[in-house]
Design a protein around this ligand. Structure first.
Ligand code: NAP
Length: 340
């Protein structure tokens, strides 16, 4: 049933796909943007409105400014809180990652509390809120991480982005449990890949693919694994989490595990040429030594390189009916888009 929804982070990589699907489903979508004057950030969204049943509105709000989501949330039935920086190299982890993630989540959920109308909130968390370092899977004797696991090891110093995500998700659960007006469903995606609707995103998803394509990893990659999922599957899962009255709790979204070398092979297949692409995984000792050139600390290398990583996606299939797109297709389409 079409309704009015608030979408934070709608200008971004994942948020743009959520916006597209919401418009196609006929909803009135209130996208919050940091600056209504920076029209280049949301011009691509305006184009999505053509020929669809839904309508689009833009409202100004910044995650760091208390009270700024109140006006946009009033009258909305559902909030999709997607906005949060996904960057790994930052100068000040508190200011650049934790504050927008944590204070931003509190601001948006306080707006939900004050709205009087919001019944459901879908929050974009991450698998990095489920675990900190890959090593924990074997340390805990797990075959795969599930929604029961929590990241207890990240900090401002070690893995600040995962730290920002777990702090934000925990704050969201605390606020959800302290009221009865709205229900919270949390989506925990793995590494998201696939074509982008925007050219203006700083998302690490796009940065990583661009790094491969411009030969940054030509000499070799670390033996690191990611749980990977298509951006369109992630967007669809958000809509289903909102629509399905039985959707509850945290829901991991990960199609399969892909190593950095696997990814290189998929890129080569899609592009039809191997130049600039890594053809081997460098030994852990080398990664510990030169990893700083790629933003990898010795501690990160120690706790993640050569450790298998698995995620149990059963709940996403059972609760949201997810049928994941093949990752080769995901990577292939992204390579073609970014190689143009
Ligand atoms: P993205 O393209 O960089 O999108 C981030 C969004 O957050 C943008 O719309 C950005 O707005 C907004 N934002 C950042 N700081 C803000 C602030 N201070 N005030 C208001 N809005 C702000 O990144 P993404 O990959 O789509 O990530 C979206 C969400 O998915 C994040 O919560 C991220 O943690 C989560 N996630 C991503 C992945 C992945 O692999 N990409 C995996 C798991 C979870 P501007 O347009 O103004 O910059």
């Amino acid at each position: 049933m079409p309704t009015t929804v608030l979408l934070t982070g709608g200008t971004g990589y994942i948020g743009s796909w959520i916006c597209k699907y919401l418009l196609e489903a006929g909803h009135t979508v209130r996208v919050t943007v940091r600056d209504l004057g920076k029209t280049e950030k949301f011009a691509h969204l305006k184009a999505l409105e053509n020929g669809v049943a839904g309508t689009l509105e833009f409202w100004e709000a910044d995650l760091l400014q208390p009270g700024q989501y109140d006006a946009a949330a009033k009258g909305c039935e559902i909030i999709f809180h997607v906005a949060s920086p996904f960057v790994l190299q930052v100068k000040d982890p508190q200011k650049d990652l934790v504050d927008p993630a944590l204070l931003g989540t509190r601001n948006v959920l306080e707006a939900a509390n004050r709205s009087g109308s919001v019944k459901k909130v879908v929050l974009t968390s991450s698998v990095v809120s489920v675990y900190g370092d890959a090593k924990e899977m074997s340390d805990l004797g797990l075959e795969a991480f599930t929604e029961a696991n929590w990241n207890t090891t990240s900090s401002l110093r070690h893995q600040p982005y995962p730290y920002s995500k777990v702090l934000a998700e925990k704050a969201a659960w605390e606020m959800a449990n302290a009221q009865n007006q709205w229900q919270l469903v949390v989506i925990n995606p793995g590494f998201v890949m696939g074509p982008s609707l925007t050219d203006n995103s700083d998302s690490e998803s796009i940065t990583l693919m661009k790094d491969y394509l411009r030969g940054k990893f030509a000499t070799g990659v670390a033996n690191l694994e990611f749980g990977m999922v298509d951006v369109r599957d992630v967007a669809l899962a958000h809509l289903r989490a909102a629509e399905n009255p039985n959707a509850e709790g945290r829901i991991i979204l990960s199609n399969t595990t892909v190593s950095m070398l696997d990814m290189s092979k998929m890129i080569k297949k899609a592009r039809g040429a191997g130049w600039g692409l890594p053809f081997m995984a460098a030994p852990k000792a080398v990664i510990k030594l030169i990893g700083f050139m790629f933003g990898i600390t010795p501690e990160y290398a120690e706790k993640n390189v050569n450790y298998p990583l698995r995620f149990d996606n059963t709940k996403s299939k059972q609760m949201l009916g997810m049928e994941y797109r093949p990752i080769e297709e995901t990577i292939g389409e992204m390579v073609k888009q970014l190689s143009k």
